[in-house]
Design a protein around this ligand. Structure first.
Ligand code: KG4
Ligand code: ZN
Length: 386
């Protein structure tokens, strides 16, 4: 198969990223400009600000990715860009720039689904380690700020096809981390803070009721069409809004509001708070609550994913997306999937969260199949993965 150097561009949420990857198996450069500082005061991503920051960062980020790879605009073989899902205005910045480059340089343009990108970040790194054989069926848990999705993946030629067998009915897991951190005055984004603070609390101190999914899934039907399998096969859906409400109630019952406000104010005065700055502002009750929340969420994620592994006779498990950076999540998946005798693969931490190497890697099978995007393709905020 011919070598191909693909320039990947990613701008679906709050990271402007560009990378050069060789043939889906070697990361040559990987540049990520994070907008955390812009969104921090608001405790979440503000779409208009995200678009503006992408506009500011896109050209220097792409230039840096090319320079670090010792490549030029002319020496890459194709340009790949995230088409969706994500914030429409943010996606459009990456797409417009990728189209302009493709047109001016006369290079093929490849549209990539962000979720397939997260799955390919695992594959890219496994190939770098020399592991070119993946046993199917693969189950991929994509767990991030926007998604908690389970995909059963099969192989068709050099491409993969996906079947969704579970998703969140309300908040994504990363969104739950972010909302709980906001509610407890711990700053933004919540995942990395809660990950590190949890080590100081007792994860068995607070009991949360297990997630109950009673209502019908609104997303089963869209525009009158069935989009989720209704063939009686088992589904493994998630729900985290109940846990978030339980924390809100806990804070009220235990009169923690004032201490939350004090912490929020104290942290807003520190430009870049370190873990110790945050930890000294948390009493034992808060640390126990944080650790118990993380444990409950991880037990639910791991329990349902491994039930799906069994139900679908899965040979290999992938866990990817921003939340896959979580230390306790990784350890729990490793020990529990070992008991079931199923290998589990994660991306390294830098490739767990949003990046463009995963977009360039996912584009390679499309490059081989000459599956190029037409110049009139556009952003799809709710793009499905099939
Ligand atoms: O994949 P990603 O960078 O962006 C999306 O596609 O959403 O994921 C970002 C999410 C945020 O919600 C963030 O809080 C969460 O991933 N996250 C973590 C950790 N690092 C990032 N959650 C738990 N533990 C972490 N260490
Ligand atoms: Zn993502």
């Amino acid at each position: 198969m011919p070598d191909a150097y693909i320039l990947g561009i990613e701008s679906s949420c709050d990271e402007t990223a560009a990378a050069v990857v060789r043939s889906g198996e070697q990361l040559i450069s990987n540049v990520v400009a994070s907008q955390i500082a812009t969104h921090q005061p608001y405790g979440g991503v503000v779409p208009e600000l995200a678009s503006r920051e992408h506009l500011r960062a896109i050209v220097p980020v792409v230039r840096q990715a090319l320079a670090e790879a010792n490549h030029t605009y002319n020496s890459v073989d194709a340009i790949a860009v995230t088409q969706g899902p994500g914030l429409a205005g943010a996606l459009l910045v990456g797409i417009s720039y990728a189209k302009a480059l493709s047109f001016a340089l006369e290079k093929p343009l490849i549209a990539v689904n962000h979720l397939e990108g997260h799955i390919h970040s695992v594959l890219l790194e496994e190939r770098e380690k020399g592991n070119h054989e993946v046993q199917f069926p693969v189950l991929a848990l994509v767990v991030s700020g926007g998604h908690t999705h389970l995909y059963l993946a099969a192989q068709r030629g050099s491409s993969w096809t996906y079947d969704n067998i579970g998703h969140t009915r309300d908040d994504a897991a990363g969104e739950a981390f972010d909302k709980v951190a906001k509610l407890l005055g711990l700053g933004y984004p919540g995942g990395p803070v809660i990950d590190r603070l949890s080590a100081y609390g007792n994860p068995r101190a607070v009991k949360f009721p297990p997630a109950q999914i009673k209502h019908r899934d609104r997303r089963d039907r869209r525009d009158g069409k069935q989009i989720a399998p209704s063939d009686g096969r088992p589904r493994f859906d998630f729900s985290y809004s109940g846990t978030k409400t339980a924390i809100l109630r806990y804070v009220e019952i235990h009169q923690m509001r004032d201490s939350v406000e004090q912490r929020r104010r104290a942290l807003s005065e520190i430009a870049k708070p370190k873990l110790d700055d945050i930890r000294v502002l948390c009493d034992k009750q808060t640390l126990d609550l944080v650790a118990s929340f993380q444990r409950a969420l991880i037990e639910d994620l791991v329990g349902k994913t491994l039930a799906a592994v069994e139900a679908y006779n899965v040979a290999t498990l992938f866990v990817t997306g921003g939340v896959a950076a979580n230390q306790e999540l990784r350890q729990t998946f490793e020990s529990e999937s070992a008991k079931q005798g199923v290998p589990v693969y994660f991306p390294s931490r830098p490739l767990s969260t949003d990046n463009a190497a995963m977009i360039a890697a996912a584009a390679y099978p499309k490059f081989l199949a000459r599956d190029f995007a037409a110049m009139d393709f556009s952003a799809e905020a709710a793009l499905l993965l099939r």
